[in-house]
Design a protein around this ligand. Structure first.
Ligand code: FMN
Length: 229
């Protein structure tokens, strides 16, 4: 598949079929994704690639945590707010997703159930958790954010490569909101910080939520050109 086609086709998938993703395919994706650039070739990323029993255990534990009222507690802090113009973009996305799911803003119960679907990783049969070493991120009183940036680069490689195999993906902060669960089930030590989960599987194209093609700000609004004619 051509790179332009892959970039155009990739989008976040929020409903998956239960079909198993073969390990050989995941290995091919992961091997090539490692060609991502990183600061000084430090390659700060590590991966837990999870399916089957362990993933079901994680799903159930996440739902239980939410039911018990535990607040999300990611290793990498989430935004405290969304100043403009980001708030509008964020809300537009949320509104469109709910519209496609046929959920009205007032329907608290259905919204709650949809949130749980996110915590259940939209039923994806496979998830890639990306983590980094704590000592590289927390340095003295400050933070070295570059390993997290590098994880973004490898994450995009993974998602584009998955497209080539007919797989859908979604980068999901919801996948890492209870890192204690992930540490316990996957044996990830405290010395590692879990950055992001990428849910992977074959898209359920019958679910209207997968029709969404999210908007982009026109290039002219976000770019200034210098030295061109
Ligand atoms: C770091 C990161 C975390 C995200 N977390 C979630 C999430 O928890 N739930 C979700 O539905 N989408 C999540 N997304 C997907 C974004 O909503 C999506 O990338 C954005 O709306 C653009 O749409 P597209 O991926 O379809 O192009 C996340 C994306 C990124 C990059």
């Amino acid at each position: 598949m051509d790179i332009v086609e892959a970039i155009n086709q990739r989008k976040s998938i929020r409903a998956f079929k239960s079909d198993h993703v073969p390990k050989e395919i995941m290995k091919e994706i992961m091997e090539l994704a490692l060609r991502a650039p990183s600061w000084g070739n430090t390659q700060p990323w590590e991966f837990a690639i999870v399916t089957g029993k362990e993933l079901e255990e994680i799903r159930q534990a996440f739902v239980k945590k939410a039911a018990e009222g535990h607040n999300p507690d990611t290793d990498i802090p989430r935004p405290r707010g969304f100043p403009q113009p980001y708030d509008t973009r964020y809300r537009t996305l949320g509104r469109k997703v709910l519209e496609l799911k046929g959920i009205s803003r007032e329907d608290k119960e259905k919204r709650g159930r949809w949130l749980l679907q996110g915590l259940r990783l939209f039923e994806a049969p496979c998830v890639i958790y990306i983590y980094i070493d704590r000592s590289f991120y927390q340095q003295g009183d400050g933070l070295n954010i570059w390993p997290v940036f590098d994880c973004g680069l490898v994450a995009e490689n993974i998602m584009l490569l998955a497209t080539r195999y007919g797989l859908g993906t979604i980068p999901q902060i919801q996948a890492v909101v209870y890192p204690d669960v992930l540490r316990k089930v996957l044996g990830i030590p405290d010395s590692k910080l879990i950055v992001l989960g990428i849910s992977v599987g074959y898209p359920d194209w019958d679910d209207p939520v997968n029709q969404l093609r999210s908007e982009r700000e026109p290039l002219d609004n976000v770019s200034t050109w210098y030295g061109f004619d």
